[in-house]
Design a protein around this ligand. Structure first.
Ligand SMILES: [Zn+2]
Length: 72
């Protein structure tokens, strides 16, 4: 069974390559590395500042007390 190495696109043969579908162990490790890197990025916790500040949220009251000229 023939296939193309997903890393370097070289033609690989399941009967000849122990690392099929990769052409070599190096390409196989590189693929694993790609997945590991991606996984790391995805699972990286995102610190949301807004979520952290939600507990101590301050209510800002806008003082719109306009000075009316009570000239009556
Ligand atoms: Zn390869």
């Amino acid at each position: 069974m023939k296939h193309k190495c997903p890393i370097c696109k070289a033609e690989t043969d399941s009967a000849l390559h122990a690392d099929f579908p990769f052409c070599s162990q190096r390409c196989r490790m590189r693929d694993l590395g790609n997945w590991a890197t991606e996984k790391y990025v995805v699972s990286d916790p995102i610190f949301d500042e807004e979520d952290a500040a939600e507990g101590g949220q301050k209510t800002i009251l806008l003082d719109l007390d306009k000075t009316d000229d009570n000239e009556s």
